[in-house]
Ligand binder design. Structure first.
Ligand SMILES: [Zn+2]
Length: 234
């Protein structure tokens, strides 16, 4: 199946299917099949692997971005400490948000090929999931899941796009998985022109700062210029 610019931007989810086995889960059909196979294998090894976030629309990402930019939603730094957005310039605020959040239209969660995962049998009753590094690293409740994924995800076609520690501008996300065979089909839409057109035509907070940052957005946040691997934020 080939995909459109509107699919890529999170504006048209007609390429996705609901996955009835999981709550609020929308993925491409191929991604869903691969994830279900990986889920079954994890269950056999004692881990109830579940998606906690899958498809996210452009409008949802725009709301998250705008709330963060305007100070109505928490922004965290690379040590998960809160950032006081009101003390930053517009450009500094954009950089701070980009550490953990994607530019609307350029989130891998728009594609239906990427998902954030946890294992619900590792969570104590009433546990509130935070999706922070300490939960997934050694000593954290999901560390057994991290180890299982390290061993097994590639067999099912999954990889982690946000784990290059040398790339300091975007956080390492051990919980974010991407189904490579499908995600690759979206890469052709990643162009400077599409970034600029999208910013210009949207009601994004900080629009004029962002229009001055198109080259940096492209080189540092979307394409990792060190290895030309595509990143895209969560
Ligand atoms: Zn994610």
């Amino acid at each position: 199946m080939s995909y459109t610019l509107e699919n890529f931007l999170g504006k048209d989810p007609s390429h996705l299917v609901e996955v009835p086995e999981f709550k609020n889960c929308m993925l491409t059909a191929e991604t869903a099949a691969a994830f279900k196979a990986m889920h079954d294998a994890a269950v056999k090894d004692g881990l109830n692997l579940i998606p906690v976030s899958s498809y996210r629309s452009f409008d949802r990402q725009l709301t998250i971005w705008n709330e963060k930019y305007l100070g109505d939603r928490k922004v965290l730094d690379n040590h998960n400490n809160p950032v006081n957005i009101s003390q930053l310039t517009g450009i500094e605020a954009a950089y701070a948000i980009l550490y953990w959040s994607a530019l609307p239209g350029f989130s891998r969660h728009h594609w239906g090929t990427d998902l954030d995962v946890a294992a619900d049998n590792l969570m104590p009753d009433g546990y509130e999931l935070q999706l922070v590094s300490s939960e997934y690293q050694e000593g954290g409740i999901f560390y057994p899941l991290t180890q299982w994924l390290n061993e097994n995800m590639e067999k099912f076609g999954f990889f982690r796009p946000f784990t290059d520690n040398s790339h300091v501008r975007v956080g390492t996300e051990l919980w974010h998985l991407s189904y490579r065979p499908e995600a690759e089909k979206f890469l052709a839409f990643v162009t400077r022109e599409n970034i600029e057109t999208l910013i210009r035509s949207s009601s994004i907070a900080g629009k004029y700062c962002l229009l001055n940052m198109v080259d940096e957005l492209y080189n540092d946040y979307i394409i990792n210029s060190d290895n030309k691997d595509l990143r895209f934020n969560a």
